[in-house]
Design a binder for this molecule. Structure first.
Ligand code: FAD
Length: 424
Protein backbone atom coordinates (compact mmCIF):
# COMPACT_ATOMS: atom_id res chain seq x y z
CA UNK A 1 0.00 0.00 0.00
CA UNK A 2 0.98 3.64 -0.55
CA UNK A 3 -0.02 6.85 1.21
CA UNK A 4 -0.50 9.82 -1.13
CA UNK A 5 -0.16 13.14 0.65
CA UNK A 6 -1.52 16.15 -1.23
CA UNK A 7 -0.08 19.52 -0.18
CA UNK A 8 3.42 20.17 1.18
CA UNK A 9 2.53 22.86 3.71
CA UNK A 10 3.45 22.10 7.31
CA UNK A 11 0.46 19.77 7.76
CA UNK A 12 1.42 17.73 4.67
CA UNK A 13 5.10 17.72 5.63
CA UNK A 14 4.30 16.67 9.19
CA UNK A 15 1.97 13.90 7.97
CA UNK A 16 4.64 12.68 5.53
CA UNK A 17 7.38 12.75 8.17
CA UNK A 18 5.35 10.86 10.80
CA UNK A 19 4.02 8.36 8.23
CA UNK A 20 7.55 7.71 6.98
CA UNK A 21 8.69 7.21 10.57
CA UNK A 22 5.90 4.65 10.97
CA UNK A 23 7.25 2.76 7.96
CA UNK A 24 4.71 3.72 5.26
CA UNK A 25 5.59 4.33 1.63
CA UNK A 26 4.70 8.00 1.15
CA UNK A 27 4.33 9.98 -2.09
CA UNK A 28 3.96 13.73 -1.70
CA UNK A 29 2.38 16.10 -4.27
CA UNK A 30 2.50 19.90 -4.12
CA UNK A 31 0.94 22.35 -6.57
CA UNK A 32 3.59 25.06 -6.09
CA UNK A 33 7.22 24.83 -7.09
CA UNK A 34 8.25 24.82 -3.43
CA UNK A 35 7.13 23.41 -0.08
CA UNK A 36 6.07 25.23 3.10
CA UNK A 37 2.73 26.71 2.01
CA UNK A 38 1.91 29.69 4.22
CA UNK A 39 4.96 29.11 6.44
CA UNK A 40 8.02 29.64 4.28
CA UNK A 41 10.71 32.14 3.39
CA UNK A 42 11.83 33.35 0.00
CA UNK A 43 14.36 35.64 -1.64
CA UNK A 44 12.63 38.95 -2.38
CA UNK A 45 14.14 40.37 -5.57
CA UNK A 46 13.06 43.94 -4.83
CA UNK A 47 14.35 44.07 -1.24
CA UNK A 48 17.33 41.82 -2.09
CA UNK A 49 16.69 40.06 1.20
CA UNK A 50 15.32 36.72 2.26
CA UNK A 51 11.98 37.34 3.94
CA UNK A 52 9.43 35.19 5.72
CA UNK A 53 5.97 34.95 4.21
CA UNK A 54 4.68 36.63 7.34
CA UNK A 55 6.24 37.09 10.74
CA UNK A 56 5.56 33.84 12.55
CA UNK A 57 5.63 33.75 16.31
CA UNK A 58 6.15 30.52 18.20
CA UNK A 59 5.72 30.16 21.93
CA UNK A 60 7.33 27.88 24.49
CA UNK A 61 3.94 26.16 24.84
CA UNK A 62 4.04 24.84 21.23
CA UNK A 63 5.17 21.35 22.22
CA UNK A 64 4.17 19.67 18.96
CA UNK A 65 6.33 22.11 17.01
CA UNK A 66 9.33 21.27 19.14
CA UNK A 67 8.87 17.50 18.90
CA UNK A 68 8.50 17.77 15.09
CA UNK A 69 11.67 19.87 14.87
CA UNK A 70 13.57 17.46 17.13
CA UNK A 71 12.54 14.58 14.89
CA UNK A 72 13.96 16.54 11.94
CA UNK A 73 17.20 17.08 13.85
CA UNK A 74 16.80 20.87 13.99
CA UNK A 75 18.99 22.52 16.62
CA UNK A 76 16.33 24.59 18.42
CA UNK A 77 18.87 26.84 20.21
CA UNK A 78 20.45 27.70 16.89
CA UNK A 79 17.21 28.09 14.97
CA UNK A 80 15.48 30.46 17.37
CA UNK A 81 16.31 33.26 19.70
CA UNK A 82 14.24 32.99 22.87
CA UNK A 83 13.17 36.47 23.87
CA UNK A 84 12.89 37.42 27.55
CA UNK A 85 9.32 37.36 28.92
CA UNK A 86 9.23 41.15 28.86
CA UNK A 87 6.78 42.53 26.30
CA UNK A 88 6.93 46.17 25.28
CA UNK A 89 3.67 47.69 24.18
CA UNK A 90 3.92 51.12 22.59
CA UNK A 91 0.77 53.20 22.89
CA UNK A 92 0.88 55.57 19.92
CA UNK A 93 -2.32 57.39 20.80
CA UNK A 94 -1.18 58.34 24.31
CA UNK A 95 2.52 58.42 23.34
CA UNK A 96 4.03 56.18 26.01
CA UNK A 97 5.71 52.81 26.38
CA UNK A 98 3.86 50.28 28.45
CA UNK A 99 4.42 46.57 28.89
CA UNK A 100 4.27 43.44 30.97
CA UNK A 101 6.94 41.16 32.38
CA UNK A 102 5.41 37.74 32.85
CA UNK A 103 8.49 36.04 34.29
CA UNK A 104 8.90 32.30 33.75
CA UNK A 105 6.71 30.92 36.54
CA UNK A 106 3.56 28.99 35.67
CA UNK A 107 1.55 30.91 38.23
CA UNK A 108 1.14 34.50 36.94
CA UNK A 109 2.59 36.21 40.01
CA UNK A 110 3.48 39.16 37.78
CA UNK A 111 -0.08 40.50 37.92
CA UNK A 112 0.46 41.27 41.64
CA UNK A 113 3.52 43.43 40.98
CA UNK A 114 2.72 46.89 39.64
CA UNK A 115 6.14 47.12 37.98
CA UNK A 116 5.40 44.00 35.96
CA UNK A 117 1.83 44.69 34.90
CA UNK A 118 0.34 47.36 32.63
CA UNK A 119 0.11 50.96 33.78
CA UNK A 120 -3.15 52.03 35.43
CA UNK A 121 -4.30 48.47 35.99
CA UNK A 122 -4.96 46.50 39.15
CA UNK A 123 -4.38 42.76 39.59
CA UNK A 124 -8.16 42.34 39.79
CA UNK A 125 -8.50 43.49 36.15
CA UNK A 126 -6.52 40.46 34.96
CA UNK A 127 -9.06 38.10 36.51
CA UNK A 128 -11.21 38.98 33.48
CA UNK A 129 -9.09 36.45 31.58
CA UNK A 130 -10.59 33.70 33.75
CA UNK A 131 -14.03 34.48 32.32
CA UNK A 132 -12.83 33.09 29.00
CA UNK A 133 -12.48 29.65 30.57
CA UNK A 134 -16.15 29.61 31.55
CA UNK A 135 -17.41 30.98 28.22
CA UNK A 136 -20.02 29.15 26.18
CA UNK A 137 -19.17 27.64 22.81
CA UNK A 138 -21.28 30.38 21.19
CA UNK A 139 -19.52 33.31 22.89
CA UNK A 140 -17.14 35.75 21.28
CA UNK A 141 -14.32 37.24 23.36
CA UNK A 142 -16.11 40.56 23.88
CA UNK A 143 -19.27 38.74 25.05
CA UNK A 144 -17.42 37.78 28.23
CA UNK A 145 -14.72 40.44 28.64
CA UNK A 146 -15.20 44.03 29.79
CA UNK A 147 -13.94 46.08 26.84
CA UNK A 148 -13.73 49.36 28.75
CA UNK A 149 -10.79 48.32 30.93
CA UNK A 150 -7.23 49.10 29.73
CA UNK A 151 -6.37 45.43 30.15
CA UNK A 152 -8.68 44.66 27.21
CA UNK A 153 -7.19 47.23 24.80
CA UNK A 154 -3.57 46.54 25.70
CA UNK A 155 -3.50 42.84 26.44
CA UNK A 156 -6.60 40.81 25.65
CA UNK A 157 -7.38 42.40 22.27
CA UNK A 158 -3.79 42.18 20.95
CA UNK A 159 -3.54 38.59 22.24
CA UNK A 160 -6.78 37.67 20.50
CA UNK A 161 -5.56 39.15 17.22
CA UNK A 162 -2.14 37.52 17.49
CA UNK A 163 -3.45 34.08 18.40
CA UNK A 164 -6.70 33.97 16.41
CA UNK A 165 -6.32 36.52 13.57
CA UNK A 166 -9.94 37.45 14.21
CA UNK A 167 -11.38 40.62 15.78
CA UNK A 168 -12.22 40.17 19.47
CA UNK A 169 -15.91 40.87 18.87
CA UNK A 170 -16.01 37.79 16.61
CA UNK A 171 -13.26 35.48 17.90
CA UNK A 172 -14.33 32.37 19.80
CA UNK A 173 -13.78 32.88 23.53
CA UNK A 174 -13.47 29.13 24.09
CA UNK A 175 -10.74 28.55 21.51
CA UNK A 176 -8.79 31.52 22.87
CA UNK A 177 -9.15 29.98 26.36
CA UNK A 178 -7.76 26.65 25.06
CA UNK A 179 -4.73 28.45 23.66
CA UNK A 180 -4.20 30.44 26.85
CA UNK A 181 -4.61 27.26 28.90
CA UNK A 182 -1.74 25.70 26.96
CA UNK A 183 0.36 28.85 27.26
CA UNK A 184 -0.07 29.14 31.01
CA UNK A 185 -0.13 25.35 31.51
CA UNK A 186 3.57 24.98 30.74
CA UNK A 187 6.54 26.49 32.49
CA UNK A 188 8.01 28.96 29.97
CA UNK A 189 4.86 28.52 27.85
CA UNK A 190 4.71 32.29 27.30
CA UNK A 191 8.30 32.65 26.03
CA UNK A 192 8.42 33.93 22.43
CA UNK A 193 10.69 32.01 20.05
CA UNK A 194 11.72 34.21 17.13
CA UNK A 195 13.28 32.49 14.11
CA UNK A 196 16.91 33.40 13.46
CA UNK A 197 17.30 31.50 10.21
CA UNK A 198 14.10 32.09 8.23
CA UNK A 199 11.07 29.80 8.27
CA UNK A 200 12.10 27.52 5.39
CA UNK A 201 15.49 26.64 6.87
CA UNK A 202 13.80 25.63 10.13
CA UNK A 203 10.47 24.04 9.16
CA UNK A 204 10.72 23.03 5.52
CA UNK A 205 14.20 22.14 4.26
CA UNK A 206 15.01 19.70 7.10
CA UNK A 207 11.67 17.94 6.50
CA UNK A 208 12.35 17.59 2.76
CA UNK A 209 15.84 16.31 3.55
CA UNK A 210 14.49 13.68 5.97
CA UNK A 211 11.82 12.60 3.48
CA UNK A 212 14.29 12.36 0.60
CA UNK A 213 16.74 10.35 2.70
CA UNK A 214 13.85 7.94 3.34
CA UNK A 215 13.25 7.66 -0.42
CA UNK A 216 9.94 9.54 -0.36
CA UNK A 217 9.00 10.72 -3.87
CA UNK A 218 8.17 14.43 -3.84
CA UNK A 219 6.48 16.00 -6.86
CA UNK A 220 6.33 19.79 -7.10
CA UNK A 221 4.18 21.66 -9.66
CA UNK A 222 1.59 18.90 -9.33
CA UNK A 223 -1.82 20.39 -8.69
CA UNK A 224 -4.57 17.96 -7.79
CA UNK A 225 -7.40 19.02 -10.14
CA UNK A 226 -10.05 16.43 -9.56
CA UNK A 227 -10.94 13.53 -7.33
CA UNK A 228 -12.90 10.52 -8.49
CA UNK A 229 -14.22 8.97 -5.30
CA UNK A 230 -17.67 7.74 -6.18
CA UNK A 231 -16.63 4.90 -8.45
CA UNK A 232 -15.22 1.47 -7.82
CA UNK A 233 -11.80 2.65 -8.91
CA UNK A 234 -10.99 5.95 -7.18
CA UNK A 235 -8.54 8.28 -8.95
CA UNK A 236 -6.40 11.29 -8.26
CA UNK A 237 -6.31 13.51 -11.33
CA UNK A 238 -3.43 15.97 -11.74
CA UNK A 239 -2.88 18.19 -14.78
CA UNK A 240 -0.13 15.92 -16.05
CA UNK A 241 -0.86 12.55 -14.44
CA UNK A 242 -3.66 10.28 -13.25
CA UNK A 243 -3.24 7.92 -10.31
CA UNK A 244 -5.50 4.90 -10.03
CA UNK A 245 -5.75 4.07 -6.37
CA UNK A 246 -5.34 0.54 -5.11
CA UNK A 247 -8.06 -0.40 -2.57
CA UNK A 248 -5.46 -0.45 0.20
CA UNK A 249 -3.94 2.96 -0.65
CA UNK A 250 -4.61 5.95 1.56
CA UNK A 251 -4.88 9.65 0.60
CA UNK A 252 -4.24 12.57 2.95
CA UNK A 253 -5.67 15.85 1.66
CA UNK A 254 -3.48 18.46 3.38
CA UNK A 255 -4.79 21.42 1.39
CA UNK A 256 -6.65 24.54 2.60
CA UNK A 257 -10.48 24.61 2.84
CA UNK A 258 -10.98 26.63 -0.37
CA UNK A 259 -9.24 23.84 -2.30
CA UNK A 260 -11.36 21.20 -0.55
CA UNK A 261 -14.36 23.20 -1.78
CA UNK A 262 -12.99 23.34 -5.35
CA UNK A 263 -12.39 19.60 -5.32
CA UNK A 264 -16.00 19.05 -4.20
CA UNK A 265 -14.81 16.80 -1.42
CA UNK A 266 -17.79 15.88 0.80
CA UNK A 267 -17.01 17.45 4.16
CA UNK A 268 -17.76 20.47 6.27
CA UNK A 269 -15.31 23.39 5.94
CA UNK A 270 -15.11 27.04 6.96
CA UNK A 271 -15.83 29.44 4.14
CA UNK A 272 -14.92 32.82 5.65
CA UNK A 273 -11.36 34.08 5.89
CA UNK A 274 -9.25 36.78 7.50
CA UNK A 275 -6.13 38.24 5.94
CA UNK A 276 -2.80 39.27 7.46
CA UNK A 277 -0.85 42.25 6.17
CA UNK A 278 2.91 42.33 6.53
CA UNK A 279 5.10 45.35 5.82
CA UNK A 280 8.79 44.63 5.23
CA UNK A 281 11.18 47.59 5.31
CA UNK A 282 14.84 47.45 4.38
CA UNK A 283 16.79 49.76 6.70
CA UNK A 284 20.43 50.28 7.52
CA UNK A 285 20.33 49.47 11.23
CA UNK A 286 24.14 49.47 11.46
CA UNK A 287 23.78 53.22 11.90
CA UNK A 288 21.98 52.59 15.20
CA UNK A 289 24.07 50.39 17.51
CA UNK A 290 21.49 50.67 20.31
CA UNK A 291 18.81 49.10 18.11
CA UNK A 292 21.21 46.67 16.47
CA UNK A 293 22.23 45.27 19.84
CA UNK A 294 18.57 44.53 20.61
CA UNK A 295 17.90 42.33 17.51
CA UNK A 296 15.68 40.33 17.26
CA UNK A 297 13.06 42.44 18.97
CA UNK A 298 9.28 42.21 19.01
CA UNK A 299 7.13 45.16 20.05
CA UNK A 300 3.36 45.38 20.46
CA UNK A 301 1.80 48.53 19.02
CA UNK A 302 -1.53 50.06 20.01
CA UNK A 303 -3.27 52.79 18.02
CA UNK A 304 -1.26 52.43 14.79
CA UNK A 305 -1.69 50.78 11.41
CA UNK A 306 0.02 47.56 12.57
CA UNK A 307 -0.22 45.44 15.70
CA UNK A 308 3.38 44.21 15.91
CA UNK A 309 6.78 45.41 14.90
CA UNK A 310 9.72 43.01 14.49
CA UNK A 311 13.24 44.37 14.31
CA UNK A 312 15.46 41.94 12.42
CA UNK A 313 18.86 41.87 10.73
CA UNK A 314 18.81 44.72 8.16
CA UNK A 315 15.05 45.12 8.24
CA UNK A 316 11.96 46.03 10.20
CA UNK A 317 8.76 44.07 9.61
CA UNK A 318 5.28 44.88 10.77
CA UNK A 319 2.20 42.70 11.10
CA UNK A 320 -1.44 43.68 10.98
CA UNK A 321 -3.80 40.83 11.82
CA UNK A 322 -7.49 40.56 10.85
CA UNK A 323 -6.68 42.92 7.97
CA UNK A 324 -9.65 42.30 5.65
CA UNK A 325 -10.78 45.92 5.86
CA UNK A 326 -7.44 47.69 5.87
CA UNK A 327 -7.02 50.38 3.22
CA UNK A 328 -3.71 49.59 1.52
CA UNK A 329 -3.45 52.89 -0.36
CA UNK A 330 0.01 54.31 0.40
CA UNK A 331 0.18 51.85 3.32
CA UNK A 332 3.98 51.52 3.22
CA UNK A 333 4.55 55.23 3.81
CA UNK A 334 1.74 55.78 6.32
CA UNK A 335 2.73 52.72 8.32
CA UNK A 336 6.39 53.80 8.31
CA UNK A 337 5.39 56.95 10.21
CA UNK A 338 4.04 54.64 12.95
CA UNK A 339 7.26 52.62 12.87
CA UNK A 340 9.30 55.80 13.33
CA UNK A 341 7.06 56.90 16.22
CA UNK A 342 7.36 53.50 17.89
CA UNK A 343 11.15 53.44 17.60
CA UNK A 344 11.33 57.03 18.82
CA UNK A 345 9.27 56.25 21.93
CA UNK A 346 11.16 53.04 22.72
CA UNK A 347 14.75 53.97 21.88
CA UNK A 348 14.68 57.78 21.61
CA UNK A 349 16.05 57.42 18.06
CA UNK A 350 14.67 59.00 14.89
CA UNK A 351 14.81 56.52 12.05
CA UNK A 352 15.40 57.98 8.56
CA UNK A 353 13.34 56.91 5.52
CA UNK A 354 13.42 53.21 4.70
CA UNK A 355 15.55 52.12 1.76
CA UNK A 356 12.95 49.83 0.15
CA UNK A 357 9.65 48.32 1.18
CA UNK A 358 7.43 45.39 0.34
CA UNK A 359 3.80 45.03 1.46
CA UNK A 360 2.34 41.52 1.40
CA UNK A 361 -1.33 40.80 2.02
CA UNK A 362 -2.07 37.12 2.55
CA UNK A 363 -5.78 37.06 1.76
CA UNK A 364 -6.64 33.70 3.24
CA UNK A 365 -4.14 33.72 6.09
CA UNK A 366 -6.56 31.81 8.35
CA UNK A 367 -10.27 31.14 8.40
CA UNK A 368 -12.37 33.55 10.45
CA UNK A 369 -12.25 31.91 13.87
CA UNK A 370 -15.70 32.82 15.13
CA UNK A 371 -17.68 30.36 17.31
CA UNK A 372 -19.69 29.06 14.35
CA UNK A 373 -16.67 28.22 12.20
CA UNK A 374 -14.67 26.85 15.13
CA UNK A 375 -17.35 24.48 16.37
CA UNK A 376 -19.46 23.65 13.31
CA UNK A 377 -17.12 23.83 10.33
CA UNK A 378 -13.93 22.00 11.36
CA UNK A 379 -13.90 18.38 10.19
CA UNK A 380 -12.14 15.44 11.83
CA UNK A 381 -9.14 13.82 10.15
CA UNK A 382 -11.20 10.75 9.32
CA UNK A 383 -13.71 11.40 6.57
CA UNK A 384 -16.78 9.52 5.30
CA UNK A 385 -14.93 8.63 2.10
CA UNK A 386 -13.08 5.33 2.60
CA UNK A 387 -9.29 5.72 2.68
CA UNK A 388 -9.40 9.55 2.46
CA UNK A 389 -8.21 11.72 5.38
CA UNK A 390 -7.89 15.43 6.04
CA UNK A 391 -5.01 17.39 7.57
CA UNK A 392 -4.38 21.11 7.95
CA UNK A 393 -4.54 23.90 10.47
CA UNK A 394 -8.26 24.32 9.73
CA UNK A 395 -9.28 20.76 10.70
CA UNK A 396 -10.59 19.98 14.16
CA UNK A 397 -7.38 20.14 16.19
CA UNK A 398 -9.07 22.03 19.02
CA UNK A 399 -6.32 24.66 18.63
CA UNK A 400 -6.36 28.03 16.91
CA UNK A 401 -5.24 28.07 13.27
CA UNK A 402 -1.49 28.02 13.78
CA UNK A 403 1.71 26.15 12.95
CA UNK A 404 1.18 24.09 16.11
CA UNK A 405 -2.26 23.06 14.83
CA UNK A 406 -0.96 22.26 11.32
CA UNK A 407 1.86 20.07 12.66
CA UNK A 408 -0.43 18.36 15.18
CA UNK A 409 -2.97 17.60 12.44
CA UNK A 410 -0.29 15.89 10.34
CA UNK A 411 0.93 13.88 13.31
CA UNK A 412 -2.64 12.85 14.24
CA UNK A 413 -3.52 11.70 10.73
CA UNK A 414 -0.35 9.59 10.61
CA UNK A 415 -1.27 8.01 13.95
CA UNK A 416 -4.81 7.30 12.72
CA UNK A 417 -3.61 5.64 9.50
CA UNK A 418 -1.06 3.59 11.45
CA UNK A 419 -3.77 2.40 13.88
CA UNK A 420 -6.15 1.49 11.06
CA UNK A 421 -3.54 -0.33 9.02
CA UNK A 422 -2.18 -2.49 11.81
CA UNK A 423 -2.63 -6.08 10.76
CA UNK A 424 -3.42 -5.32 7.12
C1 FAD B 1 1.04 36.01 7.17
C2 FAD B 1 0.84 34.85 8.10
C3 FAD B 1 1.29 34.92 9.41
C4 FAD B 1 1.11 33.84 10.27
N1 FAD B 1 1.60 33.92 11.54
C5 FAD B 1 1.57 32.83 12.34
C6 FAD B 1 2.18 32.85 13.62
O1 FAD B 1 2.74 33.88 14.05
N2 FAD B 1 2.16 31.73 14.38
C7 FAD B 1 1.56 30.56 13.93
O2 FAD B 1 1.62 29.55 14.64
N3 FAD B 1 0.95 30.51 12.72
C8 FAD B 1 0.93 31.62 11.92
N4 FAD B 1 0.34 31.57 10.69
C9 FAD B 1 -0.41 30.37 10.29
C10 FAD B 1 0.50 29.26 9.73
O3 FAD B 1 1.31 29.75 8.70
C11 FAD B 1 -0.42 28.17 9.18
O4 FAD B 1 -1.27 27.72 10.23
C12 FAD B 1 0.30 26.95 8.63
O5 FAD B 1 1.41 27.30 7.84
C13 FAD B 1 -0.71 26.14 7.80
O6 FAD B 1 -0.14 24.97 7.27
P1 FAD B 1 -1.03 23.97 6.42
O7 FAD B 1 -0.14 22.91 5.94
O8 FAD B 1 -2.23 23.59 7.20
O9 FAD B 1 -1.60 24.83 5.18
P2 FAD B 1 -0.81 25.51 3.96
O10 FAD B 1 0.43 26.13 4.44
O11 FAD B 1 -1.80 26.39 3.29
O12 FAD B 1 -0.42 24.29 3.01
C14 FAD B 1 -1.25 23.78 2.02
C15 FAD B 1 -0.38 23.34 0.84
O13 FAD B 1 -1.21 22.72 -0.13
C16 FAD B 1 -0.80 23.14 -1.42
N5 FAD B 1 -1.93 22.96 -2.33
C17 FAD B 1 -3.04 23.73 -2.43
N6 FAD B 1 -3.85 23.24 -3.38
C18 FAD B 1 -3.27 22.14 -3.88
C19 FAD B 1 -3.63 21.20 -4.89
N7 FAD B 1 -4.79 21.29 -5.56
N8 FAD B 1 -2.78 20.19 -5.19
C20 FAD B 1 -1.60 20.06 -4.52
N9 FAD B 1 -1.21 20.94 -3.55
C21 FAD B 1 -2.03 21.96 -3.23
C22 FAD B 1 -0.41 24.60 -1.19
O14 FAD B 1 0.39 25.09 -2.24
C23 FAD B 1 0.29 24.53 0.15
O15 FAD B 1 1.66 24.26 0.01
C24 FAD B 1 0.47 32.65 9.82
C25 FAD B 1 0.00 32.59 8.49
C26 FAD B 1 0.18 33.66 7.64
C27 FAD B 1 -0.33 33.57 6.24
Amino acid sequence: MKVYVIGAGLAGLSASVYLTQAGFEVILFESAGHAGGRCRSFEDQHLELEIDNGNHLILGANKDIFSYLSLLGVDIDHAFRILPPEFHIVDLQNQFVDGINTGNARIPWWIFNKNQRLRNTSWVDYLDLLKLFFARKTSAVTDVINTRKPVFKKLIEPLTLAIMNTPANQASAKVLATALGRIFGYKNGFLPFVSQQGLSKIFVQPALQLLRSNKVSIFFNHMLKELIIDQEKPKLIFANRVIDLDPRDRVVLAVPPNIIQKLNFPTIYPNEYESILNGHYKVDLNLFPKINADIPKMIGVIGGLSDWLFIKQGMISTTKSAANNVDVTDYANKNWVNVQQTVQLLYGITLPEFLKSRIIVEKRATFLQNPHNCFNNRPEAKTHVPNFYLAGDWTNTGLPVTIEGAILSGKSVAKLIAQECIGQ
